[in-house]
Design a protein around this ligand. Structure first.
Ligand code: C2E
Ligand code: MG
Ligand code: MG
Ligand code: MG
Length: 284
């Protein structure tokens, strides 16, 4: 098979590329039917107060249980879903599932802490995104304060879609809004004024560097910003006790990471909610 390509015309089609292309098309097709086949699942990872030894939040993280590929991580399919226009349907499923889980826990007498879901920049192109979210909360009789929407900094870079007013809409409806992976994108401080978010999540790349001496200009700067703007702060990717101690010293008490728990299905999350001490039981 030959293919015309600009520079070296009539280059032979790269068989490896060809098979990757086929994989990608197969993935797209499978993804289209993943919701209908009930292959999506939410896992939950706790956010803990290190000093209080309590759970202050849960982040819902999407999992795709593919019939032949097994567990496909969101890193491989969320971007595909965005590119082929499936993300809206997936985000709607995530929102629905999260609200349903919150109300189920409430009915079972487990008072869940605030739950966070991740939305994509594409979701904020929808003019009715705020209404869709509040309608879902209403349907499940879940208080808006029980839900936090995580968005990335990239969403704030241009505001042609009126993202700032949508963030304001979510906040005035009573939801929390977090900036995920804070510090890794293009974050001008002015944005924090224009986008009235409630939470900053320190990206795990900064937490990873927190070994040894307990000074760290980036973490210190971010904790300063959070204090100045009166925002909640969560450190992501906390894997060991040295990092947790350093974060405490630097002024960040709320942490999420493998040190406490890996993301896990609802049943495991419910066990943590009933017995938070499980998360602090590991030998330090
Ligand atoms: P994120 O929102 O920043 O989520 C945190 C990621 O870090 C998760 O990966 C989590 O499993 C992982 N993580 C947590 N603690 C640790 C740790 O201590 N060490 C390490 N090495 N990793 C840790 P995951 O679940 O694979 O998700 C990856 C990304 O996919 C998420 O990053 C988020 O951007 C996206 N994503 C996940 N669920 C959804 C969803 O429902 N919708 C959308 N649009 N994106 C999602
Ligand atoms: Mg997140
Ligand atoms: Mg993150
Ligand atoms: Mg991340």
């Amino acid at each position: 098979q030959v293919k015309r390509s600009g520079k070296n015309a009539f280059r032979f089609f790269d068989p490896e590329l060809n098979s990757r292309h086929r994989d990608r098309i197969a993935l797209e097709n499978d993804l289209r039917s993943a919701i209908a086949r009930n292959e999506l699942e939410l896992h939950y990872q706790p956010q803990v107060s290190f000093s209080k030894r309590s759970i202050v939040g849960l982040e819902a993280l999407l999992r795709w249980n593919h019939p032949s590929l097994g567990a496909v991580p969101p890193g491989t399919f969320v971007q595909v879903a965005e590119e082929v226009g499936l993300i809206g349907e997936i985000s709607a499923w995530v929102l629905e599932r999260a609200c349903n889980q919150i109300s189920e826990w409430q009915r079972n007498g487990v008072e869940p802490p605030r739950m966070s879901i991740n939305l994509s920049a594409h979701d904020f192109l929808r003019t009715d995104i705020v209404d869709a979210i509040t309608a879902c909360l209403d349907r499940h009789e879940v208080a808006p304060a029980a839900l936090e929407i995580e968005i990335t900094e990239s969403i704030m870079m241009n505001d042609t879609a009126g993202v700032a007013s949508k963030v304001r809409g979510l906040r005035s409806a009573g939801l929390s809004v977090a900036i995920d992976d804070f510090g890794t994108g293009y974050s001008a401080l002015a944005y924090l004024q224009k986008f009235p978010v409630s939470t900053l999540k320190i990206d795990r790349s900064f937490v990873r560097d927190l070994e040894g001496p307990m000074t760290n200009p980036i973490i210190s700067a971010i904790t300063g910003i959070a204090r100045g703007f009166e925002l909640d702060l969560v450190a992501e990717g906390v894997e060991n006790i040295e990092q947790a101690d350093a974060l405490r010293t630097l002024g960040c008490d709320v942490m999420q990471g493998y040190l406490f728990a890996r993301p896990a299905p609802a049943a495991a999350a419910e066990a943590w909610l009933r017995s938070p001490e499980l998360l602090f039981a590991q030998p330090h």
